[in-house]
Design a protein around this ligand. Structure first.
Ligand SMILES: [Zn+2]
Length: 125
């Protein structure tokens, strides 16, 4: 989060890039992140570090929530198929003129896609 921000390193006195270094406990599970100087590796005390760096548990929680969110979105997209919809697609419209090369709308005579929809939709008989 703070990676890439520049600070004056108190150890080497250089204007340095802050690097995040993961801290592991004795079981090698990440317990947090500390900020170190890109040049000398000295630990940097950043005033906002404790506020802006979430605890690992929170990070995992957020990642899990995100993946669940993405998974949910994927599932929703999978359901977004002509067959699964309420039928307001050109495919299900009586004005839909199916053609091997170019599907047309019988009303506008313009090219349409099977999953297009328009306000002139009329359910096919
Ligand atoms: Zn340094």
């Amino acid at each position: 989060m703070n990676g890439g921000r520049k600070v004056l390193c108190p150890h080497c006195g250089e204007k340095t890039l802050v690097r995040e270094r993961k801290v592991f406990d004795e079981n090698f599970s990440p317990v947090g992140v500390k900020f170190v100087c890109a040049f000398c590796g000295g630990e940097l005390e950043l005033p906002s570090a404790s506020d802006s760096v979430p605890a690992p548990s929170k990070q995992e929680e957020a990642a899990e929530r995100l993946s669940r969110l993405l998974g949910g979105e994927r599932a929703a997209k999978a359901a977004f198929a002509p067959e699964a919809d309420d039928g307001h697609f050109c495919l299900h419209c009586r004005n839909f003129v199916k053609h091997p090369f170019m599907n047309r709308c019988g009303l506008t005579m313009k090219e349409v896609q099977a999953i297009d929809s328009c306000e002139k939709f009329e359910a096919a008989e």
